[in-house]
Design a binder for this molecule. Structure first.
Ligand SMILES: C[S@@+](CC[C@H](N)C(=O)[O-])C[C@H]1O[C@@H](n2cnc3c(N)ncnc32)[C@H](O)[C@@H]1O
Length: 344
Protein backbone atom coordinates (compact mmCIF):
# COMPACT_ATOMS: atom_id res chain seq x y z
CA UNK A 1 0.00 0.00 0.00
CA UNK A 2 1.14 3.56 -0.72
CA UNK A 3 0.11 6.33 1.66
CA UNK A 4 -0.55 9.71 0.09
CA UNK A 5 -1.77 13.10 1.11
CA UNK A 6 -3.17 15.88 -1.00
CA UNK A 7 -3.02 19.58 -0.24
CA UNK A 8 -6.01 21.60 -1.32
CA UNK A 9 -7.74 24.95 -0.86
CA UNK A 10 -9.30 25.50 2.55
CA UNK A 11 -13.01 24.86 2.24
CA UNK A 12 -12.63 22.51 -0.74
CA UNK A 13 -11.36 19.50 1.24
CA UNK A 14 -14.61 17.54 0.75
CA UNK A 15 -14.64 18.27 -2.99
CA UNK A 16 -11.03 17.07 -3.35
CA UNK A 17 -11.81 14.00 -1.26
CA UNK A 18 -14.72 13.18 -3.59
CA UNK A 19 -12.55 13.66 -6.70
CA UNK A 20 -9.84 11.41 -5.23
CA UNK A 21 -12.34 8.75 -4.16
CA UNK A 22 -13.69 8.65 -7.72
CA UNK A 23 -10.29 7.45 -9.03
CA UNK A 24 -10.18 3.63 -9.25
CA UNK A 25 -8.11 2.11 -6.47
CA UNK A 26 -7.97 5.21 -4.26
CA UNK A 27 -9.20 4.80 -0.69
CA UNK A 28 -9.67 8.18 0.95
CA UNK A 29 -8.78 8.36 4.63
CA UNK A 30 -9.20 11.55 6.61
CA UNK A 31 -9.81 15.15 5.63
CA UNK A 32 -8.40 17.97 7.73
CA UNK A 33 -7.38 21.57 7.30
CA UNK A 34 -6.26 21.76 3.63
CA UNK A 35 -5.36 18.04 3.68
CA UNK A 36 -6.85 14.82 2.42
CA UNK A 37 -5.14 11.50 3.11
CA UNK A 38 -5.51 8.48 0.86
CA UNK A 39 -4.10 5.02 0.14
CA UNK A 40 -3.55 3.20 -3.12
CA UNK A 41 -2.58 -0.41 -3.65
CA UNK A 42 -0.07 0.57 -6.33
CA UNK A 43 1.26 3.82 -7.83
CA UNK A 44 -0.92 4.86 -10.77
CA UNK A 45 -0.25 7.59 -13.38
CA UNK A 46 -3.97 8.51 -13.12
CA UNK A 47 -3.11 10.23 -9.82
CA UNK A 48 -1.57 13.03 -11.89
CA UNK A 49 -4.97 13.74 -13.48
CA UNK A 50 -6.43 15.08 -10.19
CA UNK A 51 -7.48 18.67 -10.82
CA UNK A 52 -9.10 20.07 -7.68
CA UNK A 53 -6.04 19.64 -5.46
CA UNK A 54 -3.02 21.91 -5.28
CA UNK A 55 -0.64 18.99 -5.09
CA UNK A 56 -0.19 15.33 -4.13
CA UNK A 57 2.54 13.81 -1.94
CA UNK A 58 3.79 10.38 -0.96
CA UNK A 59 3.45 10.43 2.84
CA UNK A 60 6.86 9.80 4.41
CA UNK A 61 6.62 10.96 8.03
CA UNK A 62 4.64 12.80 10.68
CA UNK A 63 6.65 14.52 13.38
CA UNK A 64 5.05 15.63 16.63
CA UNK A 65 6.09 18.20 19.25
CA UNK A 66 7.72 20.59 16.79
CA UNK A 67 7.62 23.79 18.81
CA UNK A 68 8.15 27.41 17.82
CA UNK A 69 11.57 27.65 19.49
CA UNK A 70 14.82 27.40 17.49
CA UNK A 71 15.69 24.04 19.05
CA UNK A 72 13.00 22.60 16.75
CA UNK A 73 15.41 23.06 13.81
CA UNK A 74 17.82 20.51 15.28
CA UNK A 75 14.90 18.18 16.04
CA UNK A 76 13.71 18.37 12.43
CA UNK A 77 17.28 17.68 11.26
CA UNK A 78 17.46 14.60 13.50
CA UNK A 79 14.08 13.34 12.28
CA UNK A 80 15.01 13.99 8.62
CA UNK A 81 18.13 11.86 9.03
CA UNK A 82 15.90 8.92 10.03
CA UNK A 83 13.68 8.94 6.94
CA UNK A 84 14.47 6.65 4.02
CA UNK A 85 13.16 8.53 0.98
CA UNK A 86 13.97 5.79 -1.55
CA UNK A 87 10.55 4.06 -1.37
CA UNK A 88 8.86 7.41 -1.98
CA UNK A 89 11.21 8.07 -4.92
CA UNK A 90 10.21 4.69 -6.37
CA UNK A 91 6.52 5.66 -6.04
CA UNK A 92 7.18 8.95 -7.86
CA UNK A 93 9.04 7.14 -10.64
CA UNK A 94 6.21 4.63 -11.08
CA UNK A 95 3.52 7.35 -11.21
CA UNK A 96 5.54 9.48 -13.63
CA UNK A 97 6.31 6.47 -15.82
CA UNK A 98 10.05 6.99 -15.60
CA UNK A 99 12.31 5.83 -12.73
CA UNK A 100 13.98 8.53 -10.65
CA UNK A 101 17.76 8.39 -11.12
CA UNK A 102 19.77 6.67 -8.37
CA UNK A 103 21.41 9.86 -7.18
CA UNK A 104 18.75 12.50 -7.63
CA UNK A 105 18.77 16.23 -7.02
CA UNK A 106 16.12 17.19 -4.50
CA UNK A 107 14.58 20.43 -3.30
CA UNK A 108 12.89 21.06 0.04
CA UNK A 109 9.86 23.28 0.55
CA UNK A 110 8.67 24.22 4.01
CA UNK A 111 5.60 26.09 5.16
CA UNK A 112 4.05 26.70 8.55
CA UNK A 113 1.05 28.15 10.29
CA UNK A 114 1.60 30.48 13.27
CA UNK A 115 4.60 32.38 14.67
CA UNK A 116 7.95 30.62 14.94
CA UNK A 117 11.45 31.72 15.96
CA UNK A 118 12.84 30.32 12.73
CA UNK A 119 12.17 30.78 9.04
CA UNK A 120 11.07 28.36 6.35
CA UNK A 121 14.54 28.71 4.76
CA UNK A 122 16.09 27.51 8.00
CA UNK A 123 13.77 24.48 8.05
CA UNK A 124 14.75 23.68 4.46
CA UNK A 125 18.46 23.77 5.22
CA UNK A 126 18.15 21.75 8.44
CA UNK A 127 16.23 19.02 6.61
CA UNK A 128 18.28 19.15 3.39
CA UNK A 129 21.61 18.62 5.16
CA UNK A 130 20.26 15.63 7.07
CA UNK A 131 18.74 14.10 3.92
CA UNK A 132 22.07 14.46 2.07
CA UNK A 133 23.87 12.75 4.99
CA UNK A 134 21.37 9.89 5.02
CA UNK A 135 21.20 9.36 1.23
CA UNK A 136 24.65 9.01 -0.29
CA UNK A 137 24.89 10.78 -3.65
CA UNK A 138 21.68 12.78 -3.29
CA UNK A 139 22.19 16.50 -3.83
CA UNK A 140 20.14 19.36 -2.46
CA UNK A 141 19.20 22.12 -4.88
CA UNK A 142 17.40 25.30 -3.81
CA UNK A 143 15.94 25.49 -7.35
CA UNK A 144 12.86 23.29 -7.53
CA UNK A 145 12.94 23.36 -11.35
CA UNK A 146 16.27 21.51 -11.29
CA UNK A 147 15.11 18.93 -8.73
CA UNK A 148 14.05 15.37 -9.55
CA UNK A 149 12.21 15.23 -6.22
CA UNK A 150 10.62 17.78 -3.92
CA UNK A 151 10.42 17.12 -0.20
CA UNK A 152 7.63 19.09 1.49
CA UNK A 153 7.43 19.90 5.19
CA UNK A 154 4.05 21.28 6.30
CA UNK A 155 4.14 22.48 9.88
CA UNK A 156 0.75 22.86 11.47
CA UNK A 157 0.83 23.82 15.12
CA UNK A 158 3.17 21.23 16.70
CA UNK A 159 2.81 18.62 13.93
CA UNK A 160 4.90 18.37 10.78
CA UNK A 161 3.58 16.40 7.81
CA UNK A 162 6.39 15.37 5.50
CA UNK A 163 5.86 14.20 1.94
CA UNK A 164 7.55 13.82 -1.43
CA UNK A 165 5.72 15.42 -4.36
CA UNK A 166 4.41 12.67 -6.61
CA UNK A 167 4.52 14.68 -9.83
CA UNK A 168 7.45 16.50 -11.40
CA UNK A 169 5.54 19.80 -11.18
CA UNK A 170 2.91 20.93 -8.66
CA UNK A 171 -0.46 19.68 -9.91
CA UNK A 172 -1.97 23.15 -9.53
CA UNK A 173 0.25 24.39 -12.38
CA UNK A 174 -1.58 24.08 -15.67
CA UNK A 175 0.54 24.39 -18.80
CA UNK A 176 -2.46 25.98 -20.58
CA UNK A 177 -2.68 28.88 -18.12
CA UNK A 178 -0.37 31.26 -19.97
CA UNK A 179 -2.66 34.29 -19.92
CA UNK A 180 -4.08 35.96 -16.84
CA UNK A 181 -6.58 38.75 -16.22
CA UNK A 182 -7.48 40.37 -12.89
CA UNK A 183 -9.69 38.05 -10.85
CA UNK A 184 -8.54 34.99 -12.78
CA UNK A 185 -9.20 31.84 -10.76
CA UNK A 186 -6.58 29.41 -9.57
CA UNK A 187 -7.16 26.31 -11.74
CA UNK A 188 -7.82 23.90 -8.81
CA UNK A 189 -10.58 26.22 -7.56
CA UNK A 190 -12.07 26.41 -11.06
CA UNK A 191 -11.82 22.61 -11.31
CA UNK A 192 -13.61 22.27 -7.95
CA UNK A 193 -16.45 24.49 -9.18
CA UNK A 194 -16.69 22.38 -12.31
CA UNK A 195 -16.70 19.23 -10.15
CA UNK A 196 -19.56 20.66 -8.05
CA UNK A 197 -21.47 21.38 -11.25
CA UNK A 198 -21.36 17.64 -12.05
CA UNK A 199 -20.71 18.14 -15.76
CA UNK A 200 -21.43 15.13 -17.93
CA UNK A 201 -19.85 14.72 -21.38
CA UNK A 202 -21.73 16.70 -24.03
CA UNK A 203 -23.49 18.96 -21.55
CA UNK A 204 -23.89 22.63 -22.56
CA UNK A 205 -21.89 24.71 -20.07
CA UNK A 206 -21.91 28.50 -19.79
CA UNK A 207 -19.67 31.02 -18.06
CA UNK A 208 -21.29 34.43 -18.70
CA UNK A 209 -18.28 36.33 -17.22
CA UNK A 210 -15.43 34.19 -18.52
CA UNK A 211 -12.31 36.33 -17.93
CA UNK A 212 -9.23 34.30 -18.90
CA UNK A 213 -11.42 31.24 -19.48
CA UNK A 214 -10.17 29.08 -16.60
CA UNK A 215 -13.64 27.74 -15.77
CA UNK A 216 -14.36 27.12 -19.44
CA UNK A 217 -11.15 25.14 -20.01
CA UNK A 218 -11.70 23.09 -16.84
CA UNK A 219 -15.30 22.42 -17.94
CA UNK A 220 -14.12 21.40 -21.43
CA UNK A 221 -11.70 18.96 -19.78
CA UNK A 222 -14.74 17.25 -18.20
CA UNK A 223 -16.33 16.92 -21.64
CA UNK A 224 -18.67 19.93 -21.56
CA UNK A 225 -19.60 21.85 -24.72
CA UNK A 226 -18.54 25.21 -23.41
CA UNK A 227 -19.74 28.69 -24.15
CA UNK A 228 -18.57 31.92 -22.56
CA UNK A 229 -18.10 35.61 -22.95
CA UNK A 230 -16.85 38.82 -21.50
CA UNK A 231 -17.12 42.49 -22.57
CA UNK A 232 -13.37 42.97 -22.10
CA UNK A 233 -11.33 42.34 -25.28
CA UNK A 234 -8.15 41.64 -23.28
CA UNK A 235 -9.96 38.96 -21.29
CA UNK A 236 -11.29 37.38 -24.47
CA UNK A 237 -7.82 37.31 -26.06
CA UNK A 238 -6.53 35.65 -22.86
CA UNK A 239 -9.39 33.10 -22.86
CA UNK A 240 -8.80 32.35 -26.53
CA UNK A 241 -5.04 31.84 -25.94
CA UNK A 242 -5.56 29.61 -22.89
CA UNK A 243 -8.20 27.52 -24.67
CA UNK A 244 -5.90 27.10 -27.69
CA UNK A 245 -2.97 26.01 -25.49
CA UNK A 246 -5.29 23.55 -23.73
CA UNK A 247 -6.60 22.35 -27.12
CA UNK A 248 -10.08 22.94 -25.69
CA UNK A 249 -13.01 23.80 -27.95
CA UNK A 250 -14.53 26.93 -26.48
CA UNK A 251 -17.26 29.08 -28.01
CA UNK A 252 -16.29 32.66 -27.04
CA UNK A 253 -18.31 35.88 -27.44
CA UNK A 254 -17.94 39.54 -26.63
CA UNK A 255 -21.07 40.24 -24.62
CA UNK A 256 -22.65 41.76 -21.55
CA UNK A 257 -23.85 39.07 -19.13
CA UNK A 258 -26.88 41.23 -18.36
CA UNK A 259 -28.20 40.64 -21.89
CA UNK A 260 -26.99 37.24 -23.09
CA UNK A 261 -27.54 36.25 -26.73
CA UNK A 262 -28.50 32.76 -25.54
CA UNK A 263 -31.94 31.18 -25.96
CA UNK A 264 -34.19 30.49 -22.96
CA UNK A 265 -33.71 27.22 -21.06
CA UNK A 266 -30.87 25.91 -23.26
CA UNK A 267 -27.97 25.58 -20.83
CA UNK A 268 -27.67 22.65 -18.41
CA UNK A 269 -24.66 23.81 -16.37
CA UNK A 270 -23.49 27.32 -15.47
CA UNK A 271 -20.20 28.00 -13.68
CA UNK A 272 -19.10 31.54 -12.97
CA UNK A 273 -17.38 34.00 -10.67
CA UNK A 274 -18.89 37.37 -11.58
CA UNK A 275 -16.81 40.52 -11.12
CA UNK A 276 -16.90 42.02 -7.68
CA UNK A 277 -14.80 44.21 -5.41
CA UNK A 278 -11.11 44.87 -5.47
CA UNK A 279 -9.95 42.59 -8.29
CA UNK A 280 -12.48 43.46 -11.00
CA UNK A 281 -14.35 46.70 -10.57
CA UNK A 282 -17.78 47.11 -12.09
CA UNK A 283 -19.08 50.49 -13.06
CA UNK A 284 -22.73 49.79 -12.29
CA UNK A 285 -24.36 49.51 -8.87
CA UNK A 286 -22.94 46.12 -7.83
CA UNK A 287 -26.12 44.73 -6.26
CA UNK A 288 -28.23 45.70 -9.29
CA UNK A 289 -25.54 44.20 -11.57
CA UNK A 290 -25.73 40.89 -9.69
CA UNK A 291 -29.49 40.89 -9.86
CA UNK A 292 -29.43 41.42 -13.65
CA UNK A 293 -26.93 38.61 -14.13
CA UNK A 294 -29.14 36.41 -11.94
CA UNK A 295 -32.14 37.18 -14.13
CA UNK A 296 -30.20 36.11 -17.25
CA UNK A 297 -28.75 33.00 -15.59
CA UNK A 298 -32.25 31.95 -14.51
CA UNK A 299 -33.64 32.61 -18.00
CA UNK A 300 -31.06 30.56 -19.95
CA UNK A 301 -30.87 27.70 -17.42
CA UNK A 302 -32.81 24.60 -18.48
CA UNK A 303 -35.15 23.04 -15.90
CA UNK A 304 -33.00 20.95 -13.55
CA UNK A 305 -29.85 22.89 -14.54
CA UNK A 306 -27.10 23.14 -11.96
CA UNK A 307 -25.42 26.50 -11.38
CA UNK A 308 -22.19 27.04 -9.43
CA UNK A 309 -21.26 30.59 -8.48
CA UNK A 310 -18.20 31.80 -6.62
CA UNK A 311 -19.14 35.01 -4.85
CA UNK A 312 -18.15 37.32 -2.04
CA UNK A 313 -21.79 38.32 -1.52
CA UNK A 314 -23.89 35.14 -1.13
CA UNK A 315 -27.00 37.08 -0.15
CA UNK A 316 -27.11 38.65 -3.61
CA UNK A 317 -27.00 35.20 -5.22
CA UNK A 318 -29.56 33.75 -2.79
CA UNK A 319 -31.94 36.45 -3.99
CA UNK A 320 -31.84 35.01 -7.55
CA UNK A 321 -34.68 32.76 -6.44
CA UNK A 322 -32.95 29.51 -7.42
CA UNK A 323 -32.85 26.49 -5.12
CA UNK A 324 -29.67 26.66 -3.00
CA UNK A 325 -28.30 23.12 -2.89
CA UNK A 326 -25.16 23.87 -0.85
CA UNK A 327 -22.73 26.61 0.11
CA UNK A 328 -19.03 26.23 0.85
CA UNK A 329 -16.96 28.95 2.45
CA UNK A 330 -13.48 28.80 0.97
CA UNK A 331 -10.18 30.68 1.38
CA UNK A 332 -8.99 32.63 -1.60
CA UNK A 333 -6.66 35.61 -1.99
CA UNK A 334 -6.73 36.04 1.82
CA UNK A 335 -10.51 36.32 1.83
CA UNK A 336 -13.44 33.94 2.24
CA UNK A 337 -15.79 33.85 -0.73
CA UNK A 338 -18.57 31.30 -1.06
CA UNK A 339 -18.92 28.54 -3.61
CA UNK A 340 -22.67 28.28 -4.07
CA UNK A 341 -24.35 25.34 -5.77
CA UNK A 342 -27.79 26.22 -7.08
CA UNK A 343 -30.39 24.35 -9.08
CA UNK A 344 -33.21 25.52 -11.24
C1 LIG B 1 -13.57 37.46 -11.73
S1 LIG B 1 -13.37 37.61 -13.43
C2 LIG B 1 -13.67 36.01 -14.06
C3 LIG B 1 -12.44 35.18 -14.03
C4 LIG B 1 -12.55 33.90 -14.78
N1 LIG B 1 -13.51 33.00 -14.20
C5 LIG B 1 -11.18 33.27 -14.82
O1 LIG B 1 -10.88 32.37 -14.05
O2 LIG B 1 -10.33 33.75 -15.57
C6 LIG B 1 -14.81 38.45 -13.88
C7 LIG B 1 -14.91 38.80 -15.33
O3 LIG B 1 -16.17 39.43 -15.53
C8 LIG B 1 -16.03 40.33 -16.58
N2 LIG B 1 -17.16 41.27 -16.64
C9 LIG B 1 -17.24 42.54 -16.16
N3 LIG B 1 -18.43 43.09 -16.48
C10 LIG B 1 -19.11 42.13 -17.19
C11 LIG B 1 -20.37 42.08 -17.82
N4 LIG B 1 -21.19 43.12 -17.81
N5 LIG B 1 -20.71 40.94 -18.47
C12 LIG B 1 -19.89 39.87 -18.50
N6 LIG B 1 -18.69 39.86 -17.91
C13 LIG B 1 -18.29 40.98 -17.26
C14 LIG B 1 -14.69 41.00 -16.32
O4 LIG B 1 -14.19 41.57 -17.51
C15 LIG B 1 -13.86 39.81 -15.81
O5 LIG B 1 -13.10 39.25 -16.84
Amino acid sequence: MVDLFAVTTRGLETVSAAEMAALPGVIVGTTGYRRVTARVAAPDPALLTLRTIDDLFADVATWEAIGPERAALATMGTYSARIDLRPAAAVCGAVRGRPIRREPAFSVTASFVGRRNYTSDEIKLACARAIEDRHRGWTYTPDDRKADLNVRVFLEHATAHVGVRVGREPLQNRPYKQEHVPGSLRPPVAAAMVWLAGILPGERVLDPCCGAGTLLVEAAYRGGRVLGGDPDRTALVAACGNAATAQARVDLHRWDARALPVADETVTRIVTNPPWGRKVAIEADAEAFYSEIGREVTRVAAPGARIVVLTWVPEWVRSWGLWVVSELEISLYGRTPYGMVLAR
